[in-house]
Design a protein around this ligand. Sequence first.
Ligand SMILES: Cc1ncc(COP(=O)(O)O)c(C=O)c1O
Length: 398
Amino acid sequence: MSNQTQMTRGTTVIANTYGRYPVCFKSGKGVYLTDEDGNQYLDFVAGIAVNALGYGDKGYADALKNQAEELIHVSNLYWNAPNIELSEKLIAHSGMSKVFFCNSGAEANEAGLKFARFYGKDKRYQILTMSNSFHGRTMGALTMTGQLKYQQHVTPMLSGVEYVTFNDSNALISAINENTVGIMIEIIQGEGGIVTVDPEFLKTVTEQCDAHDLLLMIDEVQTGIGRTGHYFAYQAFGLKPDIVSVAKGLGGGFPIGASLISNRVADCLTPSCHASTFGGSALASVAANYILDAIESHDLLVHVREMGDYLAQKLNEMMSKFGVIQSVRGMGLIQGIELSDDVVIPKIINQALSKGLLLVGAGHQVIRFVPPLIIERQHIDEMIEILTAIFEENYKKN
Ligand SMILES: Cc1ncc(COP(=O)(O)O)c(C=O)c1O
């Protein structure tokens, strides 16, 4: 069936909660997707920082197929070996102590919110989160999201969450009170527009956590599992968090999320204090095990750093040509270009789509680049060529 036919069917039956581009994908190979009309696209979106190994990885597909034939799901009333193996790997890579499994980023943050409250022992409950942050769409995660536009028409939000201006140490210090139990941050705000935390601010965060027995809660849903060239972005800053949320890249496309916790948080948990029916299924765990093994065996962290440097270099070259590009920012393979206010970002993204390139926006006037981690130099060159052609059509050169 054609793109158009599929879109007509979809519009009739699928809830209207997404602004979708006019394309229906059928298959993928490497870093390219093919739509129902047979057009090919170079993918710098990767399911929004999800498809770490791109598409059509035979080993990944075989691992899922074999596990599906053996065992897909049992209740968390019982153990399953792939999940135990995955927990061991996550702990080894993160330096955390225990893992709680779920199915998405929002759900990982919901778990983190509850775990922090358990740590507060009914006396302390308040979480400080940052302006411009994004933590997901369920009510707890949405409450922690410091952007009013996502909360419109669903208020009242939960109580016990206060917002602090991101990177403002004084604001953080003055927001702490006797009810505060944790501070929640993203090392790089992804949805917020690829805004990296200021190391000075981080210093204040850790000092305040130490001084007031607060939990350092880090949302690595977008930045985690190798995307920044580190397993977790907090490792680039030498942090020791108490709660780390992951999802997106963990399963390489198969849904799985997790909350990684320190010993002092783990010690507050008891059977049935939290649960998720599908959390850590054998099938999801095999998917995540495959991704973590591939990161090791293909030396992907080094590759991501190299490709990230190359991408940043190429974007900086574009910035020196086009005045509308105001900054290039990010780390590894989560990068963004900030564009002046006169640039209409959806127009650029649509033009890219018509030229066979997938891009996604973020925050205020930012185009985000979150390709599969297996991207190579020639793909970055191809993307830059298409983007340069679009900028040449639309904007004056310096
Ligand atoms: C930092 C961060 N946290 C949480 C989420 C929510 O994840 P999910 O859509 O899997 O619930 C996202 C999604 O974009 C995210 O970027």
